[in-house]
Write a protein that binds this ligand. Structure first.
Ligand code: URA
Length: 236
């Protein structure tokens, strides 16, 4: 790929802007030699204003999503893209969330620019179950586990029953729920169907990949190949 296209695809600017940047000497190799438009060394040997280039596609990142951020790039309020380097919102192919979280749901959010990987992870056949921890308004009554596991629960305004889900009781008003699909507001609506109300909701794992304890809220990092493989590593 030509240098202009490579940098434009990584979000460094429009093709015209990138062309200007290259001509101004902003792009060098690992020895500090200014690169021209027709020179394209290995990705790791290209530097922009002295800094390594952003990673190429395919890119997979994990974000510890805080409360109050939407998973859309269109929202006029705070979005998950505000938590990433600004260039990441302008990459081509685009960096998209792998299964959205509600604005007020926190925890593990994966994002990728690899469409095939995205679909593989969200496809029920991959069995990348998602685990959520919920804090509830009212004490659990004891019937919720059976209801969620039944495979017959139909949410309001839907016709197709939910796949069986697992409930683990963590406390009087706290539970862990394992889902094998991702419907709109699913956990909140499941507890509503059981006569309760979710106060806080946090996703703690996707497939075999758990949120690491050392990733602070609002922080993100790139996944390595082993971590991407781990997503598919644990079947329920
Ligand atoms: N279920 C919900 O209700 N909300 C989420 O964000 C994810 C699952």
């Amino acid at each position: 790929m030509k240098l202009v296209k490579l940098l434009a695809n990584l979000g460094y600017g429009s093709r015209k802007e990138v062309q200007r940047l290259i001509r101004s000497g902003a792009v060098t190799d690992d020895e500090g030699n200014v690169l021209g438009e027709n020179e394209v060394p290995a990705h790791e040997c290209i530097f922009f204003r002295g800094e390594e280039l952003d990673p190429p596609s395919p890119l997979v990142i994990m974000l510890n999503k805080p409360d109050g951020y939407t998973c859309s790039s269109e929202d006029p309020g705070s979005t998950i893209y505000d938590l990433l380097p600004p260039r990441f919102a302008h990459r081509n192919p685009g960096l998209n969330p792998i299964g959205r979280l509600d604005k007020d749901t926190t925890g593990l959010l994966l994002m990728t620019d690899d469409g095939k990987l995205l679909h593989k992870i969200i496809h029920p056949k991959s069995e990348c179950h998602k685990v959520y921890q919920a804090r509830l308004d009212r004490p659990l009554e004891g019937h919720e586990g059976e209801l969620f596991a039944s495979g017959t629960l139909i949410l309001n305004s839907e016709t197709r029953p939910l796949l069986p889900a697992r409930l683990e009781v963590l406390g009087e008003k706290e539970a862990r729920v394992t889902l094998h699909e991702g419907r709109y507001h699913q956990v909140r609506r499941m507890f509503a169907a059981a006569g309760n109300h979710v106060l806080d909701l946090r996703r703690i794992s996707i497939g075999g990949l758990a949120m690491p304890e050392n990733l602070e809220e609002g922080d993100w990092r790139i996944l390595d190949a082993g971590e991407v493989a781990a997503i598919f590593g644990s079947k329920d």
